[in-house]
Design a protein around this ligand. Structure first.
Ligand code: SF4
Length: 470
């Protein structure tokens, strides 16, 4: 049994990250025949895509995807460690599976970022005997072999590497959409922002080789995909760990020139956002004018405590540069309130930046200390009720600007990639604009899977309604 170790996670063990090819052993190709699986995914797009990979691996073993946990023979929780409430949700689910296991035979596994946290793994193993398998973010491609080990073992199997793993190519994916695809371009992060658990749970930054990324995008284009999202924890730093003169701007340009209609990328760290990148985004029409630019705080003092490497002033300079060169760009952000040491004045500075940037939308959170991070040990004197008040005030402002940003679309004709039926009204179709606005539109179902022009007829804070433009 190999337990994860936060100290080890901080070390880069080698300069060159090995690249391996995924291969399922022949004798495991029928291992899951006649059985169903159920995967519950928490957290970010990286986790969503990891689950797509695991689904494809399981199906290549003969498993079939089940509709519910209750009917599954194999249950996997793909977990998130970014905030306390994500943790709590997972512990709640563990309780549910425990009851289920009293009535039927189920293999139960936990993977994802929580599995990379030593304390969590220890607690899970001590208190929850219903768990058969725990594996980390670096071990996902080993799922078939791990399931075989579970079958042959009386004890739970724990496989969690603390050090950065190899980059594994050709891992299959059962994609959730036939039109949009995630493409990992890098794994891990080297930034070590003081509040963030990601560099420990996902390891140090490892970029995929450009030729492998371009090959994946080419395949997706041939299969008819209309949109790819280049995925990583800090995509702007792409290539910095490769021994070659090739960066995110080069990759964006090369992907754009392949001609796939829509290209997106998440997530950006402002510190690594270069002028060269802005120029490439401005130049290519198929790179979508949508940028997620996490602010986290508008106070330079708090940004320093967060280890973010930029100031309020340099962030605003970058923001204005983007808006000048890409005037139609919609920009969204992440903001943490109540970071240790945040005074009312610091919070006011955050509100000031929001008033200046007038974001299209923002994900806002109350600071949640993560075990083992430097911020966990920082003195935090602000009462939780006060943090809640700040969050409410911030949200009111964010909502005001989100509605204002959407108002500009009224009566305009916008391109929408139609993905399917609207969740709220099945007589409507839903999709996203180039600027990542959710649109519900009256249109014939034959438009699903196409990029169509939609006239916006009504505008709300978080979505818009429209009809097909004649
Ligand atoms: S850049 Fe993002 S993923 Fe990396 S440490 Fe900072 S917050 Fe975490």
């Amino acid at each position: 049994m190999q337990l994860p170790n936060l100290k080890e996670a901080k070390k880069r063990t080698r300069e060159e990250v090995p690249v391996e090819e995924y291969k399922i052993p022949d004798h495991l190709k029928t291992f899951g025949k006649g059985k169903t699986y159920f995967i519950k995914t928490y957290g970010c797009q990286m986790n969503e895509h990891d689950s797509e990979n695991m689904k494809a691996m399981l199906e290549s073993m003969g498993y079939i995807e089940g509709d519910s946990m209750e009917q599954a023979d194999l249950i996997l929780l793909n977990t998130c460690a970014i905030r306390e409430n994500a943790h709590n949700k997972v512990f709640g689910m563990v309780g549910r599976v425990k009851h289920l296991k009293e009535t039927k035979e189920v293999v139960f596994g936990i993977c994802g970022c929580m599995a990379q946290e030593e304390v969590v793994v220890e607690e899970l193993l001590k208190k929850h005997k219903c768990i058969d398998l725990i594996f980390g973010t670096h071990n996902i491609h080993e799922l078939p072999i791990l399931l075989e080990k579970v079958r042959n073992s009386e004890k739970p199997i724990v496989e969690v590497k603390s050090i950065e793993g190899a980059i594994v190519e050709n891992v299959p994916a059962k994609r959730d959409s036939n039109y949009k695809a995630w493409v990992n371009i890098m794994y891990g992060c080297d930034k070590f922002c003081t509040y963030c658990i990601v560099p420990y749970t996902r390891g140090k930054q490892r970029s995929r080789k450009p030729e492998n990324i371009l090959k994946e995008v080419r395949d997706l284009k041939q299969k008819g995909y209309l949109e790819v999202t280049l995925l990583g924890q800090n995509v702007n730093a792409y290539g910095k760990d490769l021994n070659m003169d090739y960066n995110m701007a080069n990759l964006l340009k090369d992907v754009a020139e392949m001609g796939i209609p829509r290209i997106r990328f998440v997530t950006s760290h402002p510190w690594d956002f270069t002028d060269e990148m802005i120029d490439v985004i401005a130049k290519y029409e198929n790179i979508m004018p949508y940028i997620h630019l996490p602010l986290q705080s508008g106070s330079s003092k708090i940004l320093k405590l967060m280890g973010r490497r930029y100031t309020k002033e340099s962030y605003l300079e970058l923001f204005h540069k983007i808006k000048t060169k890409i005037p139609n760009a919609s920009i969204t952000t992440d903001i943490i309130v109540g970071f240790p040491g945040e005074t009312e004045e610091d919070f006011e500075e955050t509100l000031d930046v929001v008033r200046t940037c007038q974001y299209d939308s923002a994900f806002t959170f109350i600071f949640s200390p993560r075990k083992g991070t430097p911020a966990e040990k920082m003195k935090d004197e602000v009462h939780y009720r006060e943090k809640e008040r700040r969050l409410q005030e911030l949200n009111a402002l964010v909502n005001e600007y989100a509605k204002k940003a959407n108002d500009k679309y009224l009566n305009k004709i916008v391109p929408v990639l139609v993905e399917g039926y609207s969740e709220k009204d099945s007589s409507m179709l839903m999709g996203y604009t180039d600027t990542m606005k959710l649109v519900n539109a009256k249109a014939d179902p034959s438009n699903i899977g196409k990029i169509i022009d939609v006239k916006i007829t009504d505008v709300k804070t978080w979505s818009m309604d429209g009809e097909i433009s004649k």
